[in-house]
Ligand binder design. Structure first.
Ligand SMILES: O=C(O)CCC(=O)C(=O)O
Length: 305
């Protein structure tokens, strides 16, 4: 008996990016991700530096800054240079800092998962999902707790023309039901470092194109994720499931991804419009603590508007 091999569709190279004058930019993987150096994010950065950081995010989709030390108000000030605060439903913000959430798992919380440990694009269930997420490492485990990102532009480009054409006409149904509806409250209650308040609002659904056109780069990107995409408009559930299962697996292939091993002081800034990400939950017995700010985005545009 022979088993048909999965046809190998080559992954096209990621874009090479631009030249930078005020910061250094060093890619960490072929698909996405770069370390941006030469700046202290706690200082009042001039507009030219901010423009280069934005350029680097657009070129590499996720960028990393090492050795930073940001108080919550400094992280908020940095985030706001890239756009207004994006609403963060269900998650209680850090006391006194409504635009900051803590992403924490305590050492004694021996869980098989941690916040964000399913592949997702942040809050894709919102009408206008966020553009950017900025995560600052305050305490990291001695091993594990890495974060992975996968390039959704390359995910789209590595599909065959027939599949691309079909997907361009589809609309995904997104919902927070499997993350923040009341049935999930016991899971959130197991994490003492974060306060999550589920409610029935999480059952609402939101439609977005399966292939979105990036508002700044014009590139087409897949926009479905296993955490929040629960169906396809006009499809019966048993029809949508195999299509979505294929896309969930395809869109996070290792060739599309980069992986970050955190050190205290690192800051990651990623573009949710063209990436999925997930956190590894493999640090049982150790504390991991981050602060996150979130930058507003726009309603995803379809290819055939
Ligand atoms: O903690 C991490 O590495 C990622 C958390 C996450 O998924 C998120 O903030 O959306």
């Amino acid at each position: 008996m022979s088993v048909a091999a999965e046809p190998l569709i080559p992954i096209p190279a990621a874009s090479r990016g631009h030249d930078y004058r005020r910061v250094t930019v060093a890619p960490i993987a072929g698909a996405c991700g770069a370390v941006v150096g030469g700046i202290d994010l706690a200082t009042d950065l001039d507009d030219a530096v901010i423009a280069e950081i934005r350029r680097a995010v657009l070129d590499h989709q996720v960028v990393f800054f090492r050795g930073q030390r940001l108080a919550p108000e400094q992280q908020v000030a940095f985030s706001r240079r890239f756009g207004p605060f994006s609403p963060v439903p269900f998650i209680e913000p850090v006391a006194g800092h409504p635009e900051v959430i803590a992403v924490v798992r305590e050492a004694e919380e021996s869980q098989e998962f941690t916040f964000g440990s399913l592949w997702h694009s942040d809050f894709s269930f919102l009408p206008q999902p966020p553009f950017g997420s900025i995560l600052h490492a305050l305490e990291v485990p001695p091993y594990g707790g890495d974060t992975l990102w996968a390039n959704q532009v390359l995910a789209f480009r590595s599909l065959s023309p027939g599949m691309q054409a079909m997907l361009e006409g589809l609309t995904g149904i997104h919902s927070a039901v499997n993350a923040y509806s009341p049935k999930m409250q016991p899971i959130h209650d197991a994490f003492s470092g974060m306060t999550v308040r589920t409610d029935d609002g999480a059952n609402a659904v939101q439609q977005h194109p399966v292939v979105r056109v990036h508002a700044e780069t014009g590139r087409k990107a897949l926009f479905v994720n296993v955490q929040y995409t629960i169906g396809l408009d006009g499809f019966a559930p048993h029809e949508a499931k195999p299509v979505l299962d294929f896309l969930f697996a395809h869109s996070v292939r290792p060739e599309l991804a980069c992986r970050w091993r955190w050190e205290v002081g690192d800051v990651a800034f990623w573009d949710n419009r063209c990436l999925q990400h997930m956190a590894m939950a493999d640090f049982t017995g150790h504390r991991r603590a981050m602060h996150r700010t979130t930058v507003a985005g726009e309603a995803p545009a379809a290819v055939h508007a």
